[in-house]
Design a protein around this ligand. Structure first.
Ligand code: F3S
Length: 391
């Protein structure tokens, strides 16, 4: 891999230990994946922010980087952490967990990362443009910006995205290159237009193709539907890029000749639904995977207004970003009659397994991860069906 003189200086440690470590990691990834060199990025989004997922080893790694003077050199945002910074006691979080979680957020802040802690930074805090090269972790968010926005990122891990953010550069391979952004399969989708159906569609397609770049026909997703589709397909099939005819910015230029077509309709959605539904009843209902948008906050508040929570044995959490929560104070007042509106966190990266064992979600992504990362039996329904369980 060819490095410029300036990049070689960084690798020799002439710009500090933090930047040296970052360059070592980015060039190692570049060599593994056959990159010819590095490219400049315009932003980064970092995962590996919850104490639950990175533990003491990750905390120490961040301390070493921050103490080594590492600073991000492009606008960078952070994924959800293990708790709401101000309301962690309502989430049954221990003092020890909270202390370490706050320390992690502080370390990212010291490195210049914007500590908004959301998996939907593309709705406000960090919005790439079409054609931008970026280094994003968080499988749902990177799929959204690759596909719906037309920015270019690989499926970065937490350390790789942080290293790229420190350098302002990443290795030029994979989805940064035109040749890897071509569709590999066409999907003829026959579904209704609801957000939940897009989540099940993503689950079904991910389960069927297990990777690659699908090209959808028959759907017209808006932001909320694309958010659900991106998250579900990333979780069930590691899909990091898709195109939608007439919707996504690169779809018009795609060559479809010779592409295999798969059909996804009611039968496939039923299969996806059965895979995600194991529990009969729940102790926690957690809505907001990926984080709720303003539109979704309005919809939930409108649905709940004038109703009462009948089941005291079930907790409800609504997960969103701090920015959206601040902008939706009227909705928050209605929703909080039912449960806390939590910012900075979610049901998967919070340590819910210490308190709950059966959790309801309206997200196929959470439906995949609740059993594996949180030891939960999951129940997956659309938003109104979930809420109707407790009113
Ligand atoms: Fe976001 Fe957590 Fe879902 S990070 S995409 S709400 S699993």
């Amino acid at each position: 891999m060819e490095l410029t003189k300036a990049e070689e200086r960084i690798l020799r440690g002439e710009e500090g230990e933090g930047r040296r470590k970052a360059m070592e990691l980015v060039t190692a990834l570049g060599k593994i994946y056959g990159a010819e060199g590095l490219i400049d990025i315009t932003s980064a989004h970092l995962s590996g922010a919850s104490y639950k997922t990175i533990g003491d080893g990750g905390l120490k790694y961040l301390e070493d980087l921050a103490d080594g003077g590492a600073k991000v050199s492009v606008p960078s945002t952070l994924n959800p952490v293990g708790m709401d910074r101000g309301r962690w006691r309502e989430m049954h979080i221990s003092e020890d967990f909270a202390k370490k979680q706050l320390r992690i957020i502080d370390l990212y802040g010291r490195m210049g990362v914007k500590t908004t802690c959301s998996c939907t930074p593309y709705t406000g805090a960090n919005v790439p443009r079409k054609g931008d090269h970026v280094a994003w972790a968080e499988s749902s968010a990177l799929s959204f910006v690759n596909s719906y926005v037309g920015a270019r990122t690989n499926r970065e891990g937490g350390p790789g995205a942080l290293a790229a953010a420190i350098l302002g550069k990443t290795a030029n391979y994979g989805l940064h290159l035109d040749s890897n952004r071509r569709p590999t399969v066409a999907v003829d989708a026959d579904i209704d237009g609801s957000v939940f159906s897009h989540s099940l569609l993503g689950q079904a397609v991910g389960m069927t193709i297990g990777g690659g770049v699908p090209y959808f026909k028959g759907i017209k997703p808006g932001v909320e539907e694309a958010k659900a589709l991106s998250a579900a397909m990333a979780a069930s099939g590691s899909v990091a890029l898709y195109h939608v005819e007439g919707v996504t910015p690169e779809a018009g230029g795609c060559d479809l000749e010779g592409l295999e077509t798969i059909h996804i309709g009611k039968h496939e959605l039923d299969d996806a639904y059965s895979k995600l539904n194991v529990a009969e009843d729940v102790e926690l209902i957690a809505i907001g995977c990926p984080h709720l948008t303003e539109k979704e906050m309005h919809q939930i508040a409108a649905f709940l207004k004038g109703k009462k929570k009948a089941r005291k044995d079930v907790e409800i959490w609504f997960c969103t970003s701090a920015e959206v929560r601040d902008r939706c104070s009227d909705d928050v007042r209605v929703m909080e009659e039912f449960g806390p509106v939590l910012a900075d966190t979610c049901m998967v990266v919070a340590p819910i397994e210490g308190t709950f064992s059966r959790t309801g979600t309206n997200s196929a992504k959470a439906g995949n991860y609740l059993p594996t990362l949180c030891s939960q039996k999951a129940l997956c329904r659309d938003m109104t069906a979930l809420l109707e369980m407790v009113i």
